[in-house]
Design a binder for this molecule. Sequence first.
Ligand SMILES: Cc1cc2nc3c(=O)[nH]c(=O)nc-3n(C[C@H](O)[C@H](O)[C@H](O)COP(=O)(O)OP(=O)(O)OC[C@H]3O[C@@H](n4cnc5c(N)ncnc54)[C@H](O)[C@@H]3O)c2cc1C
Length: 472
Amino acid sequence: MTAKPTSAPPRPGGLLTLGPDGPGEAPRAAASTPRSPAPRPLLVDLALAAVAVGFGLSVGIALTATSHQQLAAPGGVALFLGNVTGLAGTYLALVMVLLISRIPFVERVLGQDTLLRWHRRLAPWPISLIIAHVVILTIGYAQAARTGILHEIGPLVNGFPDMGIATAGFVLMVAVSIASLYPIRRRIKRENWWGLHLFMYLALALAFAHEIVLGPSFVGHPMTQLVWSVAWAATAGLVLTYRVGLPIVRSIRHGLVIEEIRPEGPGVVTVILRGRHLERLAVSGGQFFEWRFLARGMWWQAHPFSISARPQPPYLRLTVKCVGDFTTALARLPVGTRVALEGPYGTFTTHALRTRKVALIAGGIGVTSVRSLLEDLPKGTRPVVVLRASSEEELILREEIAELVKWHGGRLHEIVGPRTAQPVEHLAELIGDLKKRDTYVSGSESFVMSVTRLLALLKVPQEAVHADVYAM
Ligand SMILES: Cc1cc2nc3c(=O)[nH]c(=O)nc-3n(C[C@H](O)[C@H](O)[C@H](O)COP(=O)(O)OP(=O)(O)OC[C@H]3O[C@@H](n4cnc5c(N)ncnc54)[C@H](O)[C@@H]3O)c2cc1C
C-alpha cells in the first residue's frame, strides 16, 4: 500500500513522502504526475485580435444599417445611435462572458486574476451602452411618433415581438449591475453575490431574441443573423463546457473523498483527499482548484485553494486557514465527504520562470502555493525563500519547506512578528540580488501589494514578478 502523505518533514530515502526522495533525485511526486501544459501566448494574441475584429465588425454592421433617408426622418438620428450603442453594448457583454468562461488556453496565459480584473474593468461599458441604447431608442421612437418619451414606453414594450421578454432581461441586467457596484457588493456575502451574478446570463439570454427579430442590422440580413447567433451559441457552449461540463467529468473521473483532516497550525488544517487516476491529473506546483465539498449547505459554493503539495496518487492535498463560514465548516467535515474540483488554474508556476535564480516570498497562508511550487523548481535554481508570519506557530509547513529548500541548495528566511516591526523593505537586504531573480510572491492582497510595490521601487522588471493573491 502507498504511504499516506504526511505533513511531517519529508524523509530522504524514506517511504513515499511529499518531499524529495534523496540527494540528487527529483522529488518523487513531481516525477510521477504530469504538469499543466505550457502557456501559448501566440494563441491568446490571436484570440484577442479576433475579439477586436469582432468589435469592429459589430459596430460596422450597425453603422451601415441606416440609410440617409432613415437618418433624415424624425427620430432617425436617435434610432441610428440606439442601434449602434445596442450592438456595441451586447458585443462587449459577450466579451465579458468570454473572459470568465475559463477557456484553458486563455487561463494558462493570462491567469484567472487578470481575466477577472479585465472582466470588472470592462463591466461599466456594456451596461452603460445598453442603458444608452434603451434610452436613446425610446427618444427616437417618441420623436418618430411625435409623442412624449414616457408615453412611448408602453407601445414600445407591448407593440413589438420579443420586446416584453427583452425588457425583463434589461431590468434584470440593471438590477445585477447595481448589486455589483462596490459599495453594495461589499455588503453582500460573496457566495450570495455570486448566485445573484448568475442572473446576468439569464438577462443576456432574454435579450437575445429581440436583437435578431428587430435589429435593423439583422432584419433582412440572414447571414448577419447566422454569424451573430453562432457567436452567442459558441460563447454559451464554451461557458457550459468549461464551467460546468469539464468540472463534472473531472470530478467523476477522480472521485475525490476526504481521507483525513489534520491540524497544521492555529486555525489551519491540512485536508488530504484520496482519488482515482490522479496520475493523469495535469497540475503544476503553485496552481489552485476551485473546490466544492459535497456536504449539506456547502455543495453549491466553490472556493479557491492552492494545492499545498503536488499530487501523490492516490492523494491530493490542500491546506486551509479558517477565516470564515466556509473554511470553518470545511475543517469539521467528516472523512468520506465527496469533493468536486474545477481547474487547475493559475499562472504561479515554473512556466513563468525567466531566469534560473528564484526568490519565493510567502505571507501567512500564502505558503501553500510556494510549498507546491518548490517541488517543481528545476534543480540548480537555489531559491531564496522568505516565509512571513505574525507568530512562530503560524509558520505552517515550515519543516517541509526547509527540507525542500535544503534539497535545492537554497536559503530559507523566516520573518516573525507584526508587520510594523518587520517592514517589507527588509526583504531587499535579506534576498540581496532581487533584480536578477524571478520573484514569486503569495499571500493576502495587502501583503502581495506591499511586496510588489517594493519590487517596483527597486526597479525589478514587471515580467520577473509573479504574484498569487489569495483574494478575488
Ligand atoms: C487563487 C487563490 C488561492 C487560494 N489558496 C488558498 C489556500 O491554499 N489556503 C487557504 O486557506 N486559502 C486560500 N485562498 C483563500 C480562500 O479561498 C478564502 O480564504 C476562502 O474562500 C474564504 O472562505 P470563507 O467563506 O471561509 O470566508 P469568508 O468569510 O467568505 O471570507 C473571508 C475572506 O476570504 C475572501 N474570500 C471568500 N470567498 C472567496 C472566494 N471564493 N475567492 C476568493 N476570496 C474569497 C473574502 O474576500 C474575505 O477576505 C486562496 C484564494 C485564492 C483566490
